[in-house]
Structures are given as structure tokens and as C-alpha cells.
Design a protein around this ligand. Sequence first.
Ligand SMILES: Nc1ncnc2c1ncn2[C@@H]1O[C@H](COP(=O)(O)OP(=O)(O)OP(=O)(O)O)[C@@H](O)[C@H]1O
Ligand SMILES: [Mg+2]
Length: 277
Amino acid sequence: MGGIKIRVDDVTVRYVDAAGHAHVPLDRVSLNIRAGEFLCLLGPSGCGKTTLLNLLAGFLRPTSGSVSIDGAEVTRPDPRHVTLFQEYGLYPWRTVLGNVLFGLQAQRVERAEGERRARAALDLVGLGDAARRFPHQLSGGMKQRVALARALVVEPDVLFMDEPFGALDTFTRGRLQDELRRIRRDRKPTIVFVTHDIDEAAYLGDRVAVMATHPGRIAALLDFPADTQFSRESARFQERRAKVYAAVREAFGEDEPTEDEIEPPVAESPLQELAAL
Ligand SMILES: Nc1ncnc2c1ncn2[C@@H]1O[C@H](COP(=O)(O)OP(=O)(O)OP(=O)(O)O)[C@@H](O)[C@H]1O
Ligand SMILES: [Mg+2]
């Protein structure tokens, strides 16, 4: 694993509403993310996960503090860094294949080569047969898989993922988690992955940042030994899980998040991505 890729230095995000009340989604967060690492941001709804991811991806500027990637301050989105939004962000007027091709066209990849790679990415997420369909003809889980294919096909250097598997059934979800672990073993992108699912964080993360609310902050940072071999059934995974559960309990104490807070509904709005481009 390389040196520090992303530095988050004493970042605060603060909003003042019309009534003059301050909201602090992130309060003095500092974090170093290593090159090639898989970092999970874990926490209940409203703890500032998306806010932190938007800061890293350059969609939001902090009220104070700074974020830098490869030593350069992040001031806007960078095409080498791909963000997978919580709300898919598919283009409704493009087919599934057209959506996946989008990033490759922006990179001026030649058409035949682009199609070959886009089809391979769709096969990877199990949508090889849906290439000609349009987003409105897909289920939520299928849309999420198209968004994943679109992110992976450009082989990004940094991948920001905001609850990318939230709308998937457990079977597909497990398969894509395994696929993601394989991809990062082969290509070593730096991945920041937001989830509110404790098992998912324990299964995927080299490190897990447990976030807490009011104000939003990182309550614990768990570092797991490099070990890409463990399976879901292994004692090693059970151990990790137990450690993450313990950290969550410690972060929330009596105030443990309720089911509602850890399972927010998935909204759907391609406009967010359009606005971001
Ligand atoms: N533009 C804004 N103005 C005021 N408050 C905001 C703004 N954006 C986010 N917030 C507040 O910041 C807090 C954190 O929001 P954020 O979307 O980062 O949470 P999250 O951890 O991603 O939650 P979820 O799991 O539901 O996606 C919330 O209380 C939210 O209401
Ligand atoms: Mg969010």
C-alpha cells in the first residue's frame, strides 16, 4: 500500500438555517486515506456520510479546514475520480449501454473498444442482456448495477461510492461485494465507500470509520490487517464484525441508532448528477 492519497484536515461543515439555527453535519473531522486502501464510512442516517463524501469528491467546500488529494487542495470534481451517487444518477434518455459508455466517450475512447469494455462491465454486474433497455424499464437494483458498471468501466484512480448497494437484494448484493473485492485486488484504486450496513463495512473495509451524529464526526477508526482471503463464513470475518459492532455500540451508547435510522429509503433523482456535471 502506498502513502497518503487523501488528507482531510480539520474539516467543519456548518449551515445556518432561516431561523438562525446552526446545523453542523461535520465537526472538525481529520482523516488520512492511504493510496490503494478501501475505507468504509459507516454510520446512521444523517451523520454526515454523504456530506463528507461530497467534500472529498469536490462537490462541496468546507466551512473551515481543507481536503487534498495527492497534495493538491480539492476545489472541484476531478474527472480521474469517479463518484457513484446514492441516487444512481442515470441519464434517462440513454440506454443502459449508452449510460455505461458515457465516461468512456468523455475520455475519447474509440467506439469499438468502448463498446467492448462497456459490455464487459455490464456482464460483470449481471446486466449483459439489458444493454438496449432504458432506465425507466429497470428495477431499482438494476439501475444501481448500471451506475456501478458506469463507474467501474473507466477504471478510476479514486472511487467514491455512496451506499451503492442499498437497493439490491441480498443475493445480488453479496455477489457485487465479492466482485468489488476482486476488482480492488486487481487494480488497487483508492475507494471510499459509504454504508450504514455494519456487516458490509466489516466485509469490505481495510479500515472502517465509524461516524456519530450531533455533531457529525468520526467516533472510531478501525484498522484491519491486510487479508483479502477471508470469506464470509470465516472466523476472521466474525471477529471483524464483532469489532465493528463493539465500536458502533461504544459510539452510540444508550443512543443506539434505530432500524429506521440505519435503513433510510433510497430516493431516485438523476437531476443531482446532471447538476453535478
Ligand atoms: N445543504 C444543507 N443545508 C442544511 N443541512 C444540511 C445540508 N446538507 C446536509 N445537511 C444536514 O447534514 C446532515 C448530514 O447529512 P448527510 O446527507 O451527509 O447524511 P448521511 O449520513 O449521508 O445520511 P443518509 O444515510 O440518510 O444518506 C443532516 O442532518 C442533513 O440534514
Ligand atoms: Mg447519505
